[in-house]
Design a protein. Structure first.
Length: 118
């Protein structure tokens, strides 16, 4: 059974940084796009970033461009989200996802909380 497990969330002050990790297991994810979504209280889940299976193509939502960086290590079946210059509006539960498109939705993790204090 395919599983995605996020880690690295926490509480940080505005302007700080966090690095999220997502470890995949149960199948080989190296040929799938992987990405991150987030859901703030009372809001819909939104796309944040994605990366192609070879890592050569990335997409970001406009609000995080220049601040977040997605990367992957296929040998470790892991995808990362480096988040810098964090803002209070980045506060949300962050979900890892994998799938066949650059907005991957086929597999989901359980989520990790990111809280940015002002």
């Amino acid at each position: 059974q395919a599983q995605l497990a996020e880690s690295g969330g926490g509480l940080v002050q505005a302007g700080g940084s966090l690095r999220l990790s997502c470890a995949a297991s149960g199948r080989t994810f190296s040929r799938l796009s992987m990405g991150w979504f987030r859901q703030a209280p009372g809001k819909d889940r939104e796309f944040v970033a994605s990366i192609s299976w070879r890592g050569g193509s990335t997409n970001y939502v406009d609000s995080v461009k220049g601040r977040f960086t997605i990367s992957r290590d296929n040998a470790k079946n892991t995808v990362y989200l480096q988040m810098d210059c964090l803002k209070p509006e980045d506060t949300a539960v962050y979900y890892c996802a994998a799938g066949s498109s650059m907005v991957p939705r086929d597999y989901w993790g359980q989520g990790t909380q990111v809280t940015v204090s002002s």
